[in-house]
Design a protein around this ligand. Structure first.
Ligand code: ADP
Length: 493
């Protein structure tokens, strides 16, 4: 219950100091809490005029929209927030509600999952139940019987075909960088509850067909990968002679879509190794308590398929500073992951190379960076103009091509990352396909087609990513761990 007199006093105070942002936010929050949605909406709108980028206000406004069934408006209010690296996880919960209201169960589930991975305190059994279509379940421990009996696996762990990544998803209708993530995890043999200990792995073994030749630019990153992963295997004597041991993993970080997954896959191809791509959020089964089984099964799968590159995408989901994890269970999962990682470094696990990627390296616990774990951090930068031209060339090389000035397109795509360029080429190809069908013959792609497609793509928010990076990194670079990033941050205004 809100106290009407207190509300009136606040209203009066807000009237007297209309520019007092915290005051107006507080008033709007109270109105929302009281269920006075129309009033709350008006107050949030007015507050947003004062501070257009304020995430708390945007989230409050989105919530008033959702509670009034205005789901599209809610997503519009969240659009900018969700595109900002490190946005408050609460935004994802509200997005999940809006998307669920719109019937987009998959996207809703993805947002909900991201939110509770980042902040388990946001868990909402009622919402989770609506996402799974089952009765509410306790967070931990998992239910004895799998939800829905023999029904397919939980819908809130869809295979992230276009998973925008926890740090910088693009909200609303903008296509996120396309992660060629794993297929939807198969249902474990024992169902989703506490079944037998032998879980089916949640990831698939791939035979990578790409090599470093398919990765444009990134010479220094490739070199680092060669030194760390390839050479110790290809020339073990040399390493031995210099007293260097192999082992340890590498953590690739950079803005979403900059090519981390692509590079990891190409490393497997370069080595002729199997490739297992694990979307970490997929194995973090927060509800049925089978995370440990999933983890164990995934590492076992890699051991059975050596030589193998085990690639953990979205590693920040797991490695979010352990102190942030309020639930003992989450800590237990992290510890198990670290133990498995340490196991990979033992002789018994030779031939399993571990790579991980994150858009938010600052969330990754230092425990992950100890020797033998992810002891090398490598920045996968956004491509410069030369690299963009090379990426465009690679993406177009198997298409019917006319005269294409790749340098010109590269110049027009400042700020685009690899995933954006892929989106651009896909769009141009699609348009060309329509034209070819109409013409009854293949009409080759030209510069104009790519330039036109470039106009329609909203590129990944690289500048925002760098801005966030700067906030985190400048104050915590004592050990020089972020040195590679510094030149990129200096140019930022
Ligand atoms: P990330 O894992 O960093 O989010 P991805 O590896 O998924 O990004 O990149 C998305 C797509 O962009 C890849 O599938 C690939 O087609 C393209 N791409 C990115 N970087 C490059 C590159 N350097 N050379 C060629 N293609 C690239």
């Amino acid at each position: 219950m809100v106290d009407e007199a207190a509300l009136n006093a606040l209203r009066e105070a807000a009237r007297l100091s209309p520019d007092n942002l915290p005051l107006r936010r507080h008033l709007a929050d109270l109105l929302l809490a009281a269920g006075r949605l129309a009033e709350a909406e008006a107050e949030y709108q007015a507050t947003l005029l004062l501070a257009p980028g304020d995430p708390g206000t945007g989230i409050g406004l989105a919530e008033t929209f959702v509670r009034q069934g205005k789901n599209g408006a809610a997503m519009a209010a969240l659009d900018r927030i969700l595109a900002t690296p490190g946005y408050p996880p609460k935004a994802s919960v509200i997005a999940a509600r809006a998307l669920l209201g719109d019937g987009d169960l998959q996207a809703a589930a993805r947002h909900y999952r991201d939110a509770i991975v980042r902040d388990p305190a946001l868990a909402d059994p009622e919402l989770a139940a609506r996402l799974t279509g089952s009765a509410p379940e306790p967070a931990y421990p998992g239910p004895a019987t799998p939800p829905g009996g023999g029904a397919p696996g939980p819908t809130y762990y869809p295979g992230p075909a276009a998973y925008p990544g926890p740090a910088t998803p693009s909200g609303g209708g903008t296509p996120g960088p396309a992660y060629p993530g794993p297929a939807a995890p198969p249902q474990p043999a024992g169902g989703w509850g506490h079944g037998p200990a032998s879980a089916e792995p949640t990831a698939e073994v791939e035979r990578a067909r790409t090599t470093f030749a398919d990765v444009a630019g990134m010479d220094s990153v490739k070199e680092a990968l060669r030194m760390k992963l390839l050479l110790p295997i290809q020339q073990p004597e040399l390493f031995k002679a210099f007293g260097k041991r192999s082992g340890g993993g590498m953590l690739l970080y950079g803005p979403p879509g900059s090519g981390k997954t692509h590079l990891a896959r190409a490393t497997a191809g370069e080595l002729g190794a199997a490739f297992i791509n694990v979307g970490l959020a997929d194995i973090l089964d927060m509800w049925t308590g089978s995370s440990e089984r999933n983890l164990r099964a995934t590492f076992d799968l890699a051991r059975r398929n050596r030589p193998c590159i085990l690639f953990f995408d979205e590693v920040d989901a797991l490695a979010a500073r352990r102190s942030d994890m309020r639930q003992a269970h989450s800590r237990q999962i992290v510890n198990q992951f670290l133990a498995e990682l340490d196991g990979v470094d033992q002789h018994a696990n030779e031939g399993v190379l571990v790579l991980a990627a994150t858009n938010a390296p600052w969330y990754v616990d230092v425990a992950f960076r100890r020797p033998g774990r992810f002891d090398q951090l490598v920045f996968v930068p956004p491509p410069d103009a030369t690299a963009r031209a090379a990426i465009l060339f690679l993406l177009c090389r198997d298409k019917p091509l006319g005269e294409v000035d790749f340098a010109q397109v590269a110049k027009a795509t400042e700020g685009f990352v690899g995933a954006d360029l892929k989106g651009l080429v896909d769009r141009a190809v699609e348009a060309k396909l329509h034209e070819s069908i109409r013409a009854g013959r293949p009409v080759p792609l030209g510069t104009w087609d790519l330039m036109t497609a470039a106009q329609t793509i909203r590129p990944t928010a690289v500048r925002e990513w760098l801005g966030t990076a700067r906030n985190y990194v400048l104050h915590s670079n004592e050990s020089g761990v972020w040195d590679e990033l510094l030149p990129w941050l200096r140019d930022l205004r």
